[in-house]
Ligand binder design. Structure first.
Ligand code: HEC
Ligand code: HEC
Length: 448
């Protein structure tokens, strides 16, 4: 703990100094401590109050109703965790394993393959068909008088492969086992897709990117024949009651930060809210449906939902740190073609330039990474290119590195080596690099 104090003070001073020089909002932080992703924009009093209100609802654990703390009751009956922060530690990435067992920040999404002719309301509004008895996500916890849905265990099998220079590396293949099912067997056609909690970086800036600047990179039929297509996900947003461009989550299934916050509240904690009303129970779960409700119409009324989204959108982005081989690593990143999907730069309407390293489009990443889950226009093998800014901080914020949609990659190298499908060419080019060049590339990625 000793070193934490000076670090925090340095970060505070750094923000204080740049404050003098800059006229427009300083959206970057120099902080590289475990608190790097928790630094707030400089806000006026009213906005700061809203940020703090949102932070409190993001941070403080929710309680089961009835409870003495009526401001925060309404958790469950079925849930995965009791605070947002648990799955997003220090606002960073979730962990696959915690204290030797599978972590709750790795959630199991349940779906049925929708078949060709099914186009009912659920697939329209949710983008997939939930498992009939258990719903769209397995809840591993429940309130006192309700049975949880089931538990999950995770094991890894190691496979050894080689770089072109004959150095070997190891990748871990995850296997999940669902046990203790409390509501009978899962549907025979169920698909189980593990998704890890994403780091919450630069969400306000991502929301500000002009949709045209994203759509310009779409190449669904791969007309330029570079093997990379890139497809937008068009998703239903209950707030506007319209179909919008998806930019958030592993499969780009949420159009706005607020929509994802509402979705998380409903699915992960069963907090009812205006965008996703009601509790997270299916018609087969009587105890869940009959359980005591929170003390308000919505556990999370619009004002609180707005505050949570505002909190996340007013968090600073870690500043690039240009270490000795940063430029060399960047050149390799560009030459290998990583930048074709991990698009570096966008200009926002407020004239800020951001460098998220993502095209926010879907790509087929091959069979080995497939999660079998179709979501709106995202197919089983398709994922949104995740932004890469801040990945060098994951170890600090969350304690360990966990990359890819299920957190299976323990290092940046492993994440690249898992790339397949549209990114096969880039993966092979990476494998052909010398050790020195691989290290430059990783050094660059840790600095962005
Ligand atoms: C049980 C664990 C869990 C809890 C609790 C949780 N999240 Fe998440 N969060 C996730 C997972 C998993 C994802 C990735 C979702 C996906 O792609 O399927 C995610 C993704 C997100 C994203 C999208 C980030 C991006 O870059 O696209 C936002 C925003 C978010 N969560 C906000 C919240 C908020 C706000 C809360 C509290 C109301 C919350 N989360 C609670 C697990 C959790
Ligand atoms: C065809 C598009 C595409 C190309 C080309 C590509 N990537 Fe990716 N990258 C993705 C997608 C999609 C994912 C997420 C896959 C998943 O989660 O299963 C990803 C994930 C990653 C991750 C993990 C990020 C995280 O938050 O978990 C890293 C690191 C990464 N890519 C680096 C690279 C590097 C370096 C290259 C070049 C050698 C590269 N990528 C080429 C699309 C691409």
């Amino acid at each position: 703990m000793k070193t934490l104090i000076p670090l925090t003070i340095t970060a505070f001073l750094a923000v204080g100094c740049s404050h003098q020089k800059e006229e427009k909002q300083n959206i970057y932080t120099d902080d590289r401590s475990q608190f790097a992703l928790k630094q707030a924009y400089r806000l006026d009093d009213e906005a700061e109050d809203k940020h703090i209100l949102g932070k409190s609802f993001f941070t403080i654990p929710w309680a089961e109703a009835p409870s003495a703390t009526t401001a925060r009751d309404g958790l469950g009956p079925l849930y995965s965790a009791n605070t947002c922060l648990h799955c997003h530690p220090n606002n960073g990435v979730g962990l696959p394993v915690e204290n030797g067992v599978m972590s709750r920040s790795l959630v199991m999404r349940l779906s049925l393959s929708s078949g060709e002719n099914i186009n009912n309301n659920l697939t329209m509004t949710h983008g997939f068909l939930p498992e009939p008895t258990y719903g769209g996500q397995l809840s591993i916890h429940a309130n006192t008088n309700t049975a949880f849905e089931g538990k999950v265990s995770l094991s890894y099998q190691n496979i050894v492969q080689k770089y072109d220079d004959n150095t070997s590396y190891e990748l871990q293949v995850p296997t999940y086992k669902i046990t203790n099912l409390q509501y009978g067997a899962l549907h025979k056609d169920v698909n189980i897709a593990p998704h890890i909690a994403l780091a919450l970086i630069g969400l306000g800036a991502i929301e500000m990117i002009d949709a045209r600047d994203i759509l310009i990179h779409e190449d669904v039929d791969d007309r330029d024949k570079d093997g990379i297509s890139g497809k937008a996900n068009w998703v239903f947003n209950p707030e506007s009651n319209a179909t919008e461009l998806g930019r958030f989550t592993w499969k780009a299934a949420a159009a706005s930060v607020k929509q994802q916050a509402a979705n998380a509240a409903h699915n992960d904690m069963s907090l009812s809210n205006p965008l996703y009303p009601g509790d997270n129970c299916t018609s087969y779960q009587a105890e869940c449906l009959e359980a005591e409700k929170g003390s308000h119409d919505f556990d999370l009324p619009m004002k609180r939902l707005d505050a949570i989204a505002f909190y996340l959108k007013t968090l600073k982005i870690p500043k690039e740190r240009k270490t000795v081989h940063f430029a060399k690593g960047q050149e390799i990143f560009n030459n290998l073609g990583c930048v074709k999907c991990h698009i570096s730069e966008y200009k926002l309407s407020d004239t800020n330039i951001i460098r998220p390293y993502s095209d926010f489009l879907l790509h087929d990443m091959g069979e080995a990474l497939s999660d079998g889950h179709s979501l709106f226009l995202a197919d089983k093998n398709e994922f949104r290119t995740p932004p890469l800014w801040g990945i060098g901080l994951y170890e600090k914020t969350s304690g360990v590195m966990a990359l890819l949609h299920d957190g299976r990659a323990r290092t940046i190298e492993e994440a690249i080596l898992w790339h397949g499908g549209e990114a096969s060419k880039q993966q092979m080019a990476f494998k052909a690099l010398s050790k020195e060049k691989r290290d430059y590339l990783v050094e660059f990625l840790k600095g962005i």
